[in-house]
Design a protein around this ligand. Structure first.
Ligand SMILES: Cc1cc2nc3c(=O)[nH]c(=O)nc-3n(C[C@H](O)[C@H](O)[C@H](O)COP(=O)(O)OP(=O)(O)OC[C@H]3O[C@@H](n4cnc5c(N)ncnc54)[C@H](O)[C@@H]3O)c2cc1C
Length: 451
């Protein structure tokens, strides 16, 4: 059944890295555009699969890990609940082989509903941007509205992206306005209500987001996920409050390298990655803590790490598909190769390095690994096992609940010596690292990493 064209606007929001209601400029824009019309709020799963075998990166996995899927479904369920409170609901386009792929379903929806405007959040994801370009070519009559929701800065606040993080940080920190920008006024803005769906959608239940049987199966499987990692804006905001109501921020710098403890680093990454938490809200909360409780090296270091995230975002935006190249942004290819057996040993935690095995078991069970752990297993893959770094990055993409295209591929390039590291090579001494970070072997025992 198709909607009759009318002179009213039909606005479509395509959610991607912005799964929240608060401080979401894309949703606000859509609410304003559709105030006199109709609104479609869509999440399309694996939209970029359409680009397979074209110029997307060819490293591939069959499906997301259970932990990643669970976190995503929880995030979508929470978003749907919030949108329903505002008078609309989430439409979900699965990428199922039984029906048509999500790109085809999205195209059908656009045509059947005579969409006039599409709202999306800016992303550094090269493949996602390719999909947007494809849609723009297919529907030149539609107006596109792109808002910034994922980063601290709306645009890169410098003329060029510096080659190293240190130069980037120094430039930002020398600009008082950038350093102290607080966006309280923006953050308060949450739409009070949303225009309804077009009437012809009311009986199209197939599109409504709900957790169906196969998803429930995922949720019921006994994933040893960290109990606190629950997807969704509500849990993200609760965690944000809990973290800054505790003493943890004041000791962050001394504890952040611990391999396995909930409070020793912020654990904001998973909510930040899919946008269920706004990075501006995190920064404002940090600044408030510094004003009202204390400001020290540790609170500075939280800012420092958020700036790393920001750097990799602009790095991915600048280098586009080079993010996935073996030689990265460097001029040389590393002398690594593909070896199925060694790759399987790394993935399954069966290398000659107990600390690496423990970290890999932790990742598989929980969907999370500490930053220190990620550095060690990446160094092992590249320098000890001599493998092509992109297989490691792809495995992380499949498993990390905080997977973010820019942070993941940017960090892997850095560690493989083909990215933004001025030193060019980061090989960790795994024995020394084990002595330093797991002196009593507790972590290795807990995650059964013994060789
Ligand atoms: C090989 C490798 C792959 C990685 N892949 C990802 C990824 O896919 N998604 C992701 O969010 N992070 C990634 N990181 C960065 C980092 O490991 C995680 O952000 C961090 O461990 C998440 O835990 P946390 O939230 O407690 O971090 P905290 O130590 O509390 O840091 C606070 C926030 O700063 C940001 N941050 C911290 N370190 C980095 C960093 N090195 N690069 C970019 N942002 C950072 C994150 O948003 C994080 O939530 C990767 C690091 C490595 C070495």
């Amino acid at each position: 059944m198709s909607n009759q064209p009318s002179n009213k606007k039909v606005t479509l929001v395509l959610f991607h890295n912005d799964l929240r209601v608060a401080d979401n400029a894309t949703l606000l824009k859509a609410a304003a555009l559709s105030s006199n019309g109709r609104l479609l709020l869509v999440y399309a799963s694996s939209l970029t699969d359409r680009l397979k075998n074209k110029d997307s990166h060819t490293y591939h996995y069959d499906s997301l890990s259970h932990a990643r899927k669970q976190f995503l479904f929880e995030s979508l369920a929470d978003l749907n609940a919030s949108l329903m409170q505002l008078g609309n609901r989430l439409l979900y386009l699965p990428n199922s082989s039984a029906t048509s792929d999500s790109f085809t379903q999205l195209s059908e929806l656009i045509e059947q509903q005579y969409v006039t405007d599409i709202c999306v959040s800016k992303t550094a994801d090269y493949n996602q941007n390719q999909v947007y370009e494809l849609l723009q070519k297919q529907y030149p009559q539609i107006s596109w509205h792109v808002q910034t929701t994922a980063t601290l800065f709306d645009e890169l606040p410098l003329e060029h992206l510096p080659k190293s993080f240190t130069q980037f940080r120094k430039k930002i920190e020398s600009n008082h306005d950038l350093l102290h920008a607080e966006k309280d006024s923006v953050i308060c803005l949450t739409p009070k209500s949303l225009s309804p769906l077009p009437e012809s959608m009311f009986n199209r239940e197939g599109y409504f987001f709900k957790i169906d049987r196969s998803d429930t199966q995922v949720l019921n499987e006994h994933i040893q996920q960290q109990p606190n990692f629950k997807g969704g804006e509500s849990s993200g905001l609760k965690h944000l409050k809990g973290y800054f109501d505790s003493d943890a921020p004041s000791t962050y710098k001394t504890t952040r390298n611990v391999l396995d403890d909930w409070t020793h680093s912020t654990k904001f990454s998973a909510w930040l990655a899919n946008g269920s938490l706004s990075v501006n809200m995190v920064l404002n909360r940090l600044r408030r803590y510094e004003r009202d409780i204390m400001a020290n090296d540790s609170t500075y270091w939280i800012w420092f790490e958020l700036l790393w995230r920001e750097y990799f975002y602009w790095y991915a935006a600048a280098h586009q598909q080079k993010l996935f190249w073996l030689k990265g942004i460097a001029q040389h290819s590393p002398s690594t190769q593909f070896n199925q057996k060694r790759l399987a040993q790394w993935k399954h935690g069966q290398t000659p390095y107990s600390i690496v095995n423990a970290c890999m078991h932790q990742l598989k069970s929980t969907g999370y690994m500490s930053n220190r752990g990620r550095q060690l297993v990446a160094s092992c893959l590249v320098h000890e096992l001599g493998l092509d770094w992109r297989y490691g990055a792809t495995y992380f993409e499949q498993h990390l609940i905080d997977y973010d295209v820019a942070s993941n591929w940017g960090n892997w390039q850095y560690l493989a010596g083909v990215g933004a590291d001025p030193r060019g090579c980061r090989q960790f001494n795994l024995n020394k690292q084990t002595e330093q970070y797991d002196p009593n072997g507790e972590f290795i025992r807990k995650w059964q990493g013994e060789v």
